[in-house]
Write a protein of this length. Structure first.
Length: 303
């Protein structure tokens, strides 16, 4: 994993904002960094800092050291690497490309079939957090490979190893994205209502921060109950939640703001009531939402 100069080597394929941040972090730590990107111009600033731009994917794969993939999705990954598959034997792949757990399993098998070792990763920070230990990346795959690569991985972020199953890092990452995007979308929707009523985002900011900052207390309170399959209506009742969401919907309509989000929430709450959960906690919707699992394979194993 090192060059003739003694510097540890790493190759970064994919130079979007995240890939550029990763390459920069390695340069800051004295790594010999090789780059490849479809648009070569994105490497210019990094090359001025000492990185080497490979002329082809085959050349990039042949340098040695781990290959860090930072691409849009696995379709982009296959489009780039399949023509260069002959250069994969013996390579170590750190796949930080986002996609589904199922596709992570398939990718790990594909790399193994071409003689490469593979770790799946899920990066829990925007590019601005790369190079700091305060944020972390999920990893899954062979434990010995994770341990071998730990010093290189820790250049980017803190690490959180989730297990041998190659899909686990992708699973944890996508669960986090579910929470992130739905939370952010509800914030944007709230700001649209605020704006319709002459309230700026800056004016509402302290209240938004206070509301979301307290969410961890709700998570801590309800998590043991959900794990135990218990949804008592001693703290909240789903029927009251229906009334609350109806009020949000009416306020949204009066403001002339798009109603798709509160209507979707209200429909889910009403389904819970129809399933007999009116006097249970809103967390009983866990049972409603996981009902679709009967049609899915479930689990994270490679059968």
């Amino acid at each position: 994993m090192s060059t003739d100069t003694g510097a540890p080597a790493v190759t970064v394929i994919g130079l979007g904002p995240m890939g550029r941040a990763m390459a920069g972090a390695y340069l800051d730590k004295g790594y010999a960094v090789t780059l490849w990107n479809r648009s070569a111009g994105k490497a210019d600033e990094l090359v001025t800092r000492g990185a080497t731009l490979a002329a082809s994917v085959d050349e990039a794969l042949g340098v040695g050291g781990p290959v860090v993939l930072s691409l849009t999705d696995y379709d982009a990954m296959y489009a780039i690497l399949e023509p260069a598959a002959a250069s994969l034997p013996g390579r170590v792949i750190v796949n930080l490309t986002s996609d589904t757990p199922e596709r992570a399993h398939a990718a790990a098998e594909w790399f193994a079939g071409h003689g490469a070792r593979h770790l799946t990763g899920g990066v829990n920070t925007p590019p601005s957090g790369i190079g700091t230990s305060e944020v972390f990346t999920f990893y899954s795959g062979p434990r010995e490979l994770f341990d071998e690569l730990a010093p290189t991985l820790e250049v980017l972020t803190g690490t959180d190893y989730r297990g041998e199953d190659q899909g686990l890092a992708a699973l944890y990452y996508q669960i986090g994205m579910d929470l992130f995007w739905t939370t952010m979308l509800s914030w944007v929707h709230a700001l649209a209502i605020a704006d319709a009523n002459g309230i700026s985002a800056a004016e509402f900011l302290p209240y938004a921060s206070q509301s979301t900052g307290g969410m961890s207390q709700f998570f801590e309170f309800y998590s043991p109950r959900i794990d135990a399959g218990e949804f008592p209506g001693d703290v909240d009742r789903l029927a009251m939640g229906v009334a609350s969401i109806e009020h949000v919907l009416h306020t949204t309509e009066a403001a002339g703001v798009d109603t798709a989000l509160p209507k979707a929430v209200l429909e889910l709450f009403r389904r819970g009531v129809a399933d007999g959960h009116a006097d249970d906690s809103f967390t009983s919707l866990f049972e409603v939402m996981r009902g679709s699992r009967t049609a899915a394979s479930g689990g994270m194993t490679n059968d």
